[in-house]
Design a protein around this ligand. Structure first.
Ligand code: ADP
Ligand code: MG
Length: 627
């Protein structure tokens, strides 16, 4: 049978994305090629972790009693580096899938970026599920021999020179696990030197939880540092461990190492990365916390151990209360996991809150990078919404550009009879400050929070209130400002009340269905007019999002146009209305006034109509200037 199998030497083509990837790996990445050692060790360690867990839940395991370990042999004479593990191994199907395709979408895109931009760190390669292929940075040829843990599987041999295709066939006689022989390029001879490899292991792989031997000598010290107490772990060990689980991302911003006994026995060591990988355009991050039970890894990227919005957190959670032989499937809906998740979530939120009081500036730096996740939490996690809201930071009208404040700080300096927290959304600070909405707040000295992120409006609408203070968008029609503050905005030299009212009615007639109502404003001093929203279920920010995502114009017809009867434009319009001179022109002007308020609100209008209108009006203006 095996001779039969051996005759089926099959050359298979790599998937297109693997070829692209290999091309980049081989031709563009020269620096840091030593990381291939770390990547192959990390794969061996993964395979051993899976084996440790598999042997707890499966009765029949091939070569059940072989020890879990990693052995590296270096051979300077033949210029090779060989790494062998006793992990779960691969059968034919698994080898062709795992070593012929790329699991993570976006990996190739990211590597292209790396190749073009020297700023991006090649050390990140392992983050993108392309670790195995990094061997081709140094290899002339790679030969993989593997035998899976399943008793009935056949062994396999895989080989490739890294261009276009690979050979794969079944072969009998292998021990359980995987052995990878790297035939090194002449230029990369140093990796067949044992001392070089030992040094690399001490730098990158010291926290692997299995013994690593180099030419028969054990190099690492096996230790599960999360099970130690804080006083027993040095800062170097912490950052070494972080670099081991999250290679290439630099130092963590925060870490949380804690033990609890009630309601569950937990030992956890969690880190907040220095970089938000999603901001590199690489798509959604996968969960980064592994679940252990008494030092045995149960799941490496455990979904549902933390809420989705904490997917940027990396680390280890070990709980003795889990049954050791729990399988991934039963874990998904286990009440224990739900309990664990609750405890961890609350503990993390508390940690952020403490860090924010301890060093506010550092926290703002964190928030700039990771605020999107906190916002996602406020939006989606009803149970922890208020505690998460405490962690939000925003720019505001009373703080300098680039400074950010919390909702608590805002409340701390609210005016005495101010009932609500006011916010306003816009694409940037300048845009908000140039618009008409702030006028009344500025006059009354009332602080307004700036929502500069597309999702901020949705977050505020979901939150609704904070510490019994309503959150109100400053573009609402009914503002209910403190009396003193409202009084400060007195318009001098305004049109008489009757005229203002008649003018408002006339403009409504001209605009027709475009607005729900036209009325005299109490909030403007400098701008001629402003569009406001009738109720708080609908803010201009939300309308912008809707306009951008669908063609339909939901905003139209629902909003209220407020006019400033003290403004020259309105006074002129009023005269023209009364004297009925130049009727068409007056109507064009009223329409243009409306268009301008749409633009101020950040909403889209038909550019063709706008240009036609401005042209007509410009013509008139020049005509009269020439007289
Ligand atoms: P990742 O480790 O992020 O999944 P890699 O490119 O490093 O990506 O490895 C691809 C896949 O190849 C692994 O997910 C695993 O299934 C398989 N693999 C690699 N090395 C080994 C090994 N030593 N033992 C078993 N499977 C392995
Ligand atoms: Mg890997």
């Amino acid at each position: 049978m095996s001779t039969d199998k051996q005759s089926q030497v099959k050359t298979r083509k790599f998937k297109a994305e693997v070829n692209q990837l290999l091309d980049i790996v081989v031709n563009s990445l020269y620096t840091d090629n030593e990381i291939f050692v770390r990547e192959l060790i990390s794969n061996a360690s993964d395979a051993l972790e899976k084996m440790r867990h598999t042997s707890l839940i499966e009765k029949k395991v091939f070569e059940k009693d072989v020890p879990n370990e990693i052995r590296i042999e270096t051979d300077e004479e033949n210029n090779t580096f060989t790494i062998t593990d006793t992990g779960i191994g691969m059968n034919l199907e698994e080898a062709s899938k795992n070593l012929g395709t790329i699991a993570h979408s976006g990996s190739v895109e990211f590597l292209k970026k790396i190749a073009q931009d020297a700023q991006v760190d090649t050390g990140l390669i392992g983050q993108f599920g392309v670790g195995f292929y990094s061997a081709f940075m140094v290899a002339e040829k790679v030969i993989v021999k593997s035998r899976s843990w399943r008793e009935n599987d056949e062994g396999v041999i895989w080989s490739s020179i890294g261009t276009g295709s690979y050979n794969l066939q079944e072969e009998a006689g292998f021990k359980r696990g995987t052995s990878i022989e790297v035939k090194l390029k002449e230029d990369d001879k140093k990796f067949s030197n044992a001392d070089t490899i030992k040094e690399l292991i001490r730098t990158y792989s010291n926290f692997v939880d299995f013994p690593i031997f180099v030419n028969g000598e054990q190099v690492n010290t096996v230790q599960a540092i999360w099970t130690k107490s804080k006083s027993e772990v040095s800062d170097e060990e912490y950052s070494g461990f972080y670099n081991f689980i999250s290679p290439g991302i630099g130092d963590p911003i925060y870490r949380l190492h804690f033990t609890s006994d009630v309601p569950l026995a937990i030992k956890a060591l969690l880190f907040i990365s220095g970089e938000n990988m999603e901001s590199f355009g690489l798509g959604r991050m996968e969960p980064g916390v592994s679940l252990y039970c008494k030092k045995v890894m149960i799941d490496q990227k455990m979904t549902d151990l933390l809420p989705e919005y904490f997917r940027f957190i990396k680390g280890v959670v070990d709980s003795e209360d889990l049954p050791l032989n729990i399988s991934r499937e039963t874990m998904q809906d286990s009440a224990l996991i739900a309990k664990l998740k609750r405890v961890l979530t609350k503990r993390l939120i508390k940690m952020f809150d403490e860090e924010a009081s301890f060093d506010p500036e550092k926290y703002v730096d964190f928030f700039r990078k990771f605020g999107m996740f906190i916002k996602e939490g406020v939006y989606s996690d009803f149970e922890n919404r208020n505690d998460l809201a405490k962690l939000l930071r925003f720019e505001s009208s009373s703080s300098e550009a680039d400074k950010m404040i919390s909702l608590d700080e805002y409340i701390g300096r609210m005016q005495e009879d101010q009932k609500a927290i006011y916010y306003l959304s816009g694409p940037n600070r300048e845009g908000i400050e140039a618009g008409p909405y702030l006028e009344t707040f500025k006059a009354g000295g009332i602080e307004v929070l700036y929502m500069l992120d597309g999702i901020d409006d949705l977050v505020m609408t979901a939150l609704r209130e904070y510490k019994d203070k309503k959150l109100v968008s400053a573009d609402q029609a009914e503002l209910d400002l403190p009396e003193e503050a409202a009084k400060k905005l007195e318009i001098e030299d305004s049109l008489p009340e009757k005229d203002s009212g008649d003018l408002a009615r006339w403009i409504k007639e001209v605009l027709g269905d475009k607005v729900n109502e036209v009325r005299v404003s109490k909030r403007l001093s400098e701008s001629p007019a402003v569009l406001v929203n009738p109720d708080d279920s609908f803010t201009t920010g939300m309308q912008r999002v809707m306009q951008a995502s669908s063609k339909s114009d939901l905003s139209l017809g629902k909003m209220i146009l407020e006019i400033n009867p003290g403004h020259k434009i309105l006074k002129h319009l009023n005269n023209m209305r009364i004297e009925e001179t130049n009727k068409d022109f007056a109507e064009e002007a009223a329409n243009l006034l409306f268009d301008n308020t749409m633009i101020s609100a950040g909403l889209l209008i038909d550019p063709k109509m706008l240009v036609e209108r401005s042209t007509k009006i410009l013509e008139k203006a020049l005509e009269s200037a020439n007289k």
